[in-house]
Design a protein. Structure first.
Length: 207
């Protein structure tokens, strides 16, 4: 399946998840992290999903799926244990809705890659739906290389970029400075990070 990688801002956006099992739960947890407004459609839900409902983190419609349930959704996820039901959900979605059918990549307009996060750093691995297991294996290998230090390091890079942007240096020097701090020695040394930020602060454009 040919696909176009993209990072979506779905904070506050409506997402409908059809299904109430563990697969649905795993989808829901990722959507919650992104700030989505989630409605679960299922007559039966797993205790973990029920707990999210009790905590008012999601909405739940205790019913069988009907096409009208998708009316306000930006994203539709079918995660039932019935291939027939999942196919019905796919056929019920509108042309402008993003659809993920967990057991059928061909009916999906998107699939969720294996994801590694380190603060604001996100690394995604996808196989076009061909082998989620391989995606997860590669992600786990990358997790060893890109350890937890990258979260704080990215915060340093973000702050540095803002300071360099407003410094008195010309664009050529700014580009060289931003490239220099991507050297791994900066990630491994808080002293070097602090020294760089202090240096740049002395060259701020005050206008």
């Amino acid at each position: 399946m040919k696909s176009y990688p993209i990072m979506l801002n779905i904070e506050g956006k409506a997402v409908v998840v059809v299904g109430g099992g563990l697969i649905a739960y795993r989808k829901i947890t990722g959507l919650l992290q992104a700030g989505a407004y989630i409605t679960v459609i299922s007559p039966v839900i797993h205790s973990k999903i029920e707990q999210l409902f009790i905590e008012n983190k999601i909405s739940w419609k205790n019913k069988l799926f009907e096409p009208v349930d998708l009316d306000s959704a930006l994203i539709v996820i079918a995660a039932t244990n019935s291939e027939i039901m999942n196919t019905f959900v796919a056929s019920s979605a509108g042309k402008h809705q993003l659809v993920n059918i967990v057991d059928n990549p061909e009916l999906s307009t998107f699939h969720v890659p294996a994801k590694l996060t380190r603060g604001d750093l996100t690394i995604s691995v996808a196989t076009g739906g061909g082998s989620p297991t391989l995606s997860k294996s590669i992600r786990d290998e990358l997790a060893v290389i890109y350890d937890d230090t990258y979260g704080d390091y990215l915060e340093f890079l973000t702050l540095s970029r803002e300071k360099v942007k407003h410094s008195i240096f010309d664009q050529t020097i700014k580009t060289k400075l931003l490239k220099a701090i991507t050297n791994d020695t900066y990630r491994q040394s808080n002293n070097m990070q602090n020294a760089f930020l202090e240096l740049i602060s002395g060259y701020q454009n005050m206008s």
